[in-house]
Write a protein that binds this ligand. Structure first.
Ligand SMILES: [Zn+2]
Ligand SMILES: [Zn+2]
Length: 337
């Protein structure tokens, strides 16, 4: 049997023909990075390749001294006899699918991706391939995202109602990508100011630096002394929920924006007043569409419901198998979802 073009190793997904890794979880000589989330972009490698719009975020994650080579979307990069190019994944700013071509065979490692509208990053671009490596974070038929427009309206209305009652709206969301996407979707006519938790503010600044239009928002810690936040919307990471940081808001109303909010039980478990179904991962229909669009004859699955997806695809007559990786833990609701 010939060696697969990309295979899991102790250091991460490895392409032996081109001698590089994709999103390695240990330090390696050459790392091609799909996006700047912590489980995909780890420090310790000698050189990184990433899509240009995400380089600022990646540098924030990896530090000033990391060697990062920026690639335009679609720009070919040779690794020996292998040609690599990056294509928009629609997940977060600068997220990319990695297209790997060797002797006429094409593999695509899609990283994390979604098909829904998101004004803060380039839209997912279907790429034809023989083998498609897909995430399976939400690979169950129950996961079908409502329209981004409907969710944005629901958040606007929630904020207006809370502001009218003189109560602070605290919206918890993943700090990289989700927070900025939520900000971009807010109505222009707002009941009060937007403030950001200290973990969200620097990432938001990097989005602005990359030319993404976002409404004005200051750090909570930079608010004027007279600010009582009663008309404000605060955007904070899930880890801030229940922390002492929350004590500065009197009687806040809390909301949580995540794909996990599609499941009623999760809403109760998190103890938030409101759940909004917003995910930067592909939902079930989008996942099946993407597999069809890829034209792949073989599908390899990672993240979350990898085994369930393999079972479904196999029943449909596709060749599929799970790929062991160390990406995102779907059971941790505080994680990227
Ligand atoms: Zn991600
Ligand atoms: Zn991931």
């Amino acid at each position: 049997m010939t060696v697969p073009l990309i295979q899991p190793t102790a250091h991460g997904l490895y392409c032996a023909a081109g001698d590089f890794y994709i999103d390695p979880w240990r330090g390696v000589p050459r790392a091609v990075i799909t996006h700047a989330h912590a489980d995909h972009a780890r420090s310790g490698s000698q050189c990184y390749w990433a899509a240009r719009p995400g380089v600022g975020l990646l540098r924030h994650r990896l530090g000033r001294r990391a060697r990062i080579e920026a690639l335009a979307y679609g720009e070919p990069q040779a690794f020996g006899p292998v040609t690599v190019s990056l294509h928009p994944a629609g997940h977060v700013l600068g997220s990319a699918q990695v297209r790997v071509e060797y002797q006429g065979e094409v593999w695509v490692a899609s990283g994390d991706y979604k098909r829904d509208f998101d004004p803060t990053c380039a839209a997912f671009e279907p790429v034809r391939c023989n083998t498609f490596i897909t995430e399976a974070t939400f690979a169950l038929p129950v996961y079908r995202w409502p329209s981004a427009h409907a969710v944005a309206e629901a958040i606007d209305q929630w904020w207006r109602e809370n502001a009218a009652a003189g109560r602070t709206s605290v919206l918890f969301s993943y700090a990289l990508g989700k927070a900025q996407r939520l900000m971009a979707a807010l109505a222009h006519d707002r009941p009060g100011a937007i403030y950001l938790h200290g973990a969200v503010a620097p990432l938001t600044a990097l989005y602005r630096d990359a030319g993404i239009a976002l409404p004005p928002a200051a750090r909570v810690s930079d608010a004027p002394r007279a600010e009582d936040f009663r008309q404000s919307l605060i955007i904070a990471p899930p880890s801030a929920a229940g922390s002492t940081w929350m004590r500065r808001f009197r009687k806040p109303v809390t909301g949580f924006a995540s794909g996990w909010m599609q499941i009623r039980g999760n809403r109760r478990r998190r103890g938030h007043d409101r759940g909004f179904v917003v995910s930067d991962h592909v939902d079930w229909p989008g996942l099946l569409q993407s597999i069809t669009d890829s034209g792949a004859s073989e599908v390899l699955t990672t993240h979350g419901k990898a085994d369930e997806l393999v079972r479904y695809l196999t029943e449909q007559g596709l060749r599929a198998r799970p790929l062991a990786t160390l990406y995102g833990d779907a059971d941790d609701l505080s994680e990227d979802g």
